[in-house]
Design a protein around this ligand. Structure first.
Ligand code: ADP
Ligand code: MG
Ligand code: MG
Length: 211
């Protein structure tokens, strides 16, 4: 289908949690040379808590699902990524309001609002080697694919590809934000863990639309 409802985002949460669980060791490996080797554990803890909360008390609008996930991430992840992802999802959820179903364009606008919140809170700009380097290209690709008339599955696939490319493109960058920035030039040559987890979360959205 082309509409996004609460069930769609609950399925996204299940797929995203499985993907984070599968990739947790890899995320932690990426966080070892340029961080404190906890990103996989942080994300796994947060997404498990979010999935449990949403299963126990299933929200009935897409906005409420995102707000609930954001709230869990803020209270359980710890680290820089918890408040940043929490802000992204809460803002996106609030932007969707109480609508029972939203269009791909509304989802795009909501994600844009959420990502703007990440930029505001963390103060990062493109090429600072952060999650924004996956998130911003993903929103731009989603937007471009929508303007070209793509279906929900097509626009989310475009977003996922751009996020993955953006995450890989962090490898040659020097980190200017977060723990990795303490390393200066020694942060060059490593893929950013947060950009990598962002790409996983957006890939899970694309996968949900294909099911
Ligand atoms: P911590 O660094 O506190 O251990 P995590 O390891 O969970 O937190 O998350 C690290 C990731 O958070 C980084 O890879 C980066 O993508 C992201 N990050 C850190 N600081 C910022 C920031 N100021 N703006 C955007 N993203 C950031
Ligand atoms: Mg870390
Ligand atoms: Mg940490």
């Amino acid at each position: 289908g082309s509409a996004v409802d609460a069930d769609f985002l609950r399925r996204w949460l299940g797929t995203a949690t499985e993907s984070i669980e599968r990739e947790a060791d890899h995320l932690t490996e990426l966080d070892s040379p340029i961080g404190d080797a906890d990103h996989g554990g942080n994300m796994r803890r947060g997404f498990r808590a979010a999935r449990t909360a949403v299963e126990q008390e299933p929200p009935d609008t897409p906005g409420a699902v995102l707000v609930a996930v954001g709230r869990q991430l803020i209270s359980t992840v710890g680290g820089a990524s918890g408040p940043l992802y929490g802000t992204l999802l809460r803002r996106a959820g609030k932007s969707l309001g109480d609508e029972p179903t939203v269009t791909a364009a509304q989802l795009r606008d909501a994600l844009r609002a959420g990502v703007d919140g990440v930029a505001q809170l963390g103060g990062a700009v493109p090429e600072d080697k952060t999650m924004l380097d996956a998130l911003l290209p993903a929103i731009d690709a989603l937007s471009g694919a929508l303007d070209a008339g793509g279906s929900l599955a097509e626009v989310l696939a475009a977003a996922a590809q751009a996020a993955e490319d953006g995450a890989k493109a962090t490898i040659p960058l020097r980190a200017r934000k977060g723990r990795a920035s303490y390393l200066g030039d020694r942060s060059i040559g490593h893929q950013d863990p947060g950009a990598t987890s962002s790409a996983l979360l957006i890939a899970a959205l694309a996968q949900t639309a294909q099911e």
